[in-house]
Design a protein around this ligand. Structure first.
Ligand SMILES: Nc1ncnc2c1ncn2[C@@H]1O[C@H](COP(=O)(O)OP(=O)(O)OP(=O)(O)O)[C@@H](O)[C@H]1O
Ligand SMILES: [Mg+2]
Ligand SMILES: [Mg+2]
Length: 590
C-alpha cells in the first residue's frame, strides 16, 4: 500500500538476528577448562583439574585485589568528574516533524515521510502529541518548563542524517534546571553516602538518526524507519564523581522515564542511549582550566558516545579515567575527544576530535515556528503524573505491602516495569473481597508471599528456562489462585511449586480445576495419622531419641521431621504439625 508518507525509494535493510552472547561467567569457565586441556600433555607434573581451578580462582582474586588497591590509590590522588547525556526515544505514535509512524520494528524503510528523508521542498509538520511524553519527562525530572522554546539546526555530515543537519533545541530548550535524587538503594557508590543530587541542566527535543548496519568491507545498509523518531536529550551537570553512581544515575533516569510513560523501552531494547563525559583533576592542585555552565575548575573532558547498558556506562568510565590518569602521570595532555567503547573491552578508543559548537554551525531553523506552551497544559500534566519510582519504593516497603528493599527494587526495575504491573495485579486479585478474605492484618504477609512467588519462584523458572518475561506465561489470576490456596493451607508449598511449573509449561486449566483433577488438594491428616507416622520414624532410631531426651539435643528433631516429610503421603504432611507431634512424643513422654 502506498502511503502519502512512504514514497522514498530507499534500499531495504536486511536485519540479521541478534547474536546471542555467551555469559561472561561461562566464558571464564570455558577458558580455564581449555587452559587445563591444553596443558594436559602426558607429563608427570600434570596439575589435577581441581587444583588448577583453585589456582585460577586464587589468581583472579589476587588480580581483583590489586585492581581494587590501585583504584583506591588513584581515587586518593585524582578526582573523577562525570556528566551524562541521555537520548531517549519518546513514546509517540508519529515522528517529530511528519505523520509517519514511529514503529521501528516494521519492514525497514517502510515508515518514512518525504521530510524525514529531506526531500527538496518537503516541509516540517510538528507533531504536537510529542509534547505530552516530553513534558511528562521534564516534570518527572523536576524541570522548569519554558513558556517559549525554539528549534535549531546542528550540522554534521553522515549518511544516517539525510538533511546534513539534525533538528534540535540548542539555544532555547523546552525544559531547564531539574534534578534527580539518587539514594543508597539506587546502587550509588558507598563513598557517596546516602544520597546524591544530580542537577539537570536542560532537556531538549530532537530527531533521532537512521539506523546503520555495517557489512564490511564495503557495504553499509540504512534503515530510515528510525530517522526523526522524537527524542529527548537529558543533560546532567558534571556533578558525578564515581563510576557506580554514574551507572546508578542512568538506571534511575530510565526508571523515571518508564514510570511516567515518557518512553516505552529502556536500554536493553535500544530505546535509551547514554554518552558519558569524563574528566579528572589532581586532588590538592589548583582548579582545572575548564568550565561548564558556570561550574569552573574542571579538567579536560572526553566524551564516550552511544553506551547501551548500565554496565557499559560504569566500565567505560573506569577505563577512561585510568587512561587519563596514565596520560597525565606520564607528562602528557588529555585531548578533547569523542571516544568509543566496545562491550567486554578494557579500553576506550579514539573516534575523532571533539566537535565544538562552532563546528556544528548551530542556527535557528527558519522553517519551524517557536513552541509556546500554556501553563494550563503543564499544570494538568503535572497533576496526572504517575507515581515516581521513589514513591513506589516507599509504597512497597511501607505498611501497605511491607516488602524489603531487596524485593521492592527488582519488582520496580525488572522488565521495564511490567513485573511490577503483574505483581500489583496479583495482589489486587488477592485482595478482592471474598467471603474467605484474609483479614487486613494478613494483607502484608499475603503481599510478601506474592512478591516471593512473582520474583523468586516464577523468576526462577524464567531463568532456568532462559525465557523472556511475559505476563501471559502464568496469568496473574493463576498465580493469585495459587498463592490463595497456599495461604489457606489447601495445598503445600511443594505442590504449589509443582503446579506453577505445570502452568509455566503450558497447562492452561484454571488452578481450581487442576488441583481437583490431579488430586493435589491437601487432605488434612488426622492427629492419629500424624502420631502413627511419627511413631514409625522414631522407631527407626531409638538411640537418637534417647540422646535428644538425655542430652537435650533438640536440633536432632529435624532429622525425624525430614523423615516424616519423606515417608508421609506426598503433599499431605504439614511441617508445622509434624514438628508439633514429634516434640510432644519425644519430649513429653519419659
Ligand atoms: N569538564 C568536564 N568533565 C566532565 N563532564 C563534563 C565536563 N564539562 C562538561 N561535562 C558534561 O558534558 C556534557 C555536555 O553536554 P552538552 O550536550 O552540553 O554538550 P556536547 O557534549 O558538546 O553536545 P553533543 O554531544 O550533544 O553534541 C554535560 O553532561 C556536562 O555535564
Ligand atoms: Mg549533548
Ligand atoms: Mg555530548
Amino acid at each position: 500500500m502506498l502511503r502519502s508518507w512512504s514514497k522514498g525509494a530507499v534500499r531495504a535493510l536486511v536485519r540479521p538476528s541478534r547474536p546471542v552472547l555467551p555469559r561472561t561467567r561461562e566464558i571464564a569457565i570455558h577458558a580455564s577448562r581449555r587452559a587445563v586441556q591444553n596443558n594436559a600433555a602426558p607429563t608427570t607434573d600434570r596439575v589435577p583439574l581441581r587444583k588448577q581451578l583453585k589456582q585460577d580462582a586464587k589468581a583472579i582474586r589476587a588480580q581483583k585485589r590489586l585492581r581494587k588497591e590501585s583504584e583506591e590509590a588513584s581515587r586518593q590522588d585524582w578526582e573523577l568528574t562525570v556528566g551524562i547525556e541521555i537520548h531517549a526515544q519518546l513514546n509517540t505514535a508519529a515522528k517529530l516533524f511528519s505523520r509517519a509512524p514511529t514503529s521501528i520494528s516494521d519492514t525497514p524503510n517502510s515508515n518514512v515521510a518525504l521530510f524525514d528523508l529531506a526531500f527538496p521542498g518537503s516541509q516540517p509538520e510538528f507533531q504536537a502529541a510529542t509534547l505530552l511524553p516530553a513534558l511528562r519527562a521534564a516534570l518527572a525530572l523536576n524541570c522548569q518548563v519554558q513558556t517559549v522554546s525554539r528549534f535549531d539546526r546542528k550540522h554534521y555530515f553522515y549518511q544516517d542524517q539525510p538533511a546534513g543537519y539534525q533538528i534540535t533545541q540548542y539555544y532555547e530548550p523546552f525544559a531547564r534546571s531539574g534534578f534527580v535524587d539518587l539514594y543508597d538503594y539506587d546502587g550509588i557508590a558507598p563513598e557517596d553516602g546516602d544520597r546524591v543530587r544530580v542537577d539537570i541542566k536542560q532537556v531538549q527535543l530532537e530527531q533521532d538518526t537512521a539506523k546503520s548496519q555495517e557489512y564490511p568491507p564495503a557495504t553499509q545498509l540504512l534503515d530510515f524507519n528510525r530517522v526523526s523518531h522524537p527524542l529527548i536529550e537529558i543533560i546532567t551537570m558534571p556533578q558525578i564523581h564515581t563510576p557506580a553512581t554514574a551507572a546508578a544515575c542512568v538506571r534511575k533516569l530510565q526508571a523515571i522515564l518508564l514510570a511516567c510513560g515518557a518512553v516505552t523501552t529502556g536500554m536493553e531494547m535500544g530505546g535509551l542511549r547514554a554518552d558519558v563525559n569524563v574528566s579528572i583533576r589532581r586532588r590538592g592542585e589548583g582548579p582545572g582550566q575548564y568550565q561548564y555552565d558556570g561550574l569552573s575548575g574542571l579538567g579536560q573532558r572526553t566524551e564516550i558516545k552511544n553506551l547501551s547498558s548500565f554496565k557499559a556506562v560504569e566500565d567505560a568510565i573506569i577505563a577512561e579515567k585510568n587512561r587519563q590518569i596514565a596520560v597525565l602521570e606520564s607528562g602528557g595532555v588529555v585531548e578533547g575527544e569523542t571516544r568509543g567503547w566496545t562491550i567486554g573491552s578494557t579500553e576506550t578508543r579514539r573516534l575523532r576530535g571533539k566537535e565544538g559548537a562552532v563546528d556544528y554551525r548551530y542556527m535557528p531553523d527558519p522553517d519551524i515556528p517557536p513552541l509556546i506552551l500554556g501553563q494550563d497544559l503543564v499544570s494538568s500534566l503535572r497533576e496526572s503524573l504517575p507515581t515516581s519510582p521513589d514513591s513506589l519504593v516507599a509504597k512497597l516497603t511501607g505498611p501497605e505491602y511491607g516488602l524489603s528493599i531487596d524485593d521492592a527494587k527488582p519488582l520496580i526495575e525488572l522488565d521495564d516495569g511490567a513485573r511490577l504491573e503483574y505483581y500489583l495485579d496479583v495482589v489486587d486479585i488477592l485482595r478482592t473481597p471474598s467471603p474467605d478474605l484474609a483479614s487486613p492484618q494478613a494483607q502484608v504477609p499475603l503481599a510478601r508471599t506474592a512478591a516471593n512467588w512473582v520474583l523468586h519462584e516464577l523468576g526462577g523458572l524464567l531463568t532456568k528456562a532462559d525465557r523472556a518475561w511475559s505476563e501471559e506465561i502464568v496469568p496473574a489470576q493463576a498465580l493469585a489462585d495459587l498463592v490463595q490456596n497456599l495461604n489457606q493451607r489447601r495445598i503445600t508449598g511443594s505442590i504449589a511449586k509443582q503446579v506453577l511449573a505445570a502452568i509455566f509449561e503450558g497447562d492452561s486449566r484454571p488452578v481450581s480445576r487442576l488441583l481437583e483433577e490431579d488430586n493435589l488438594l491437601l487432605r488434612p491428616m488426622s492427629r492419629e495419622e500424624y502420631v502413627a507416622l511419627a511413631q514409625e520414624v522414631l522407631a527407626q532410631r531409638p538411640e537418637m531419641v534417647e540422646q535428644i531426651r538425655s542430652k537435650n539435643q533438640h536440633g536432632k528433631i529435624g532429622w525425624f521431621l525430614g523423615q516424616m516429610m519423606r515417608m508421609g503421603e506426598k503433599g499431605r504432611v504439614e511441617a508445622s504439625k509434624a514438628q508439633e507431634v514429634l516434640h510432644e512424643l519425644i519430649l513429653s513422654t519419659p
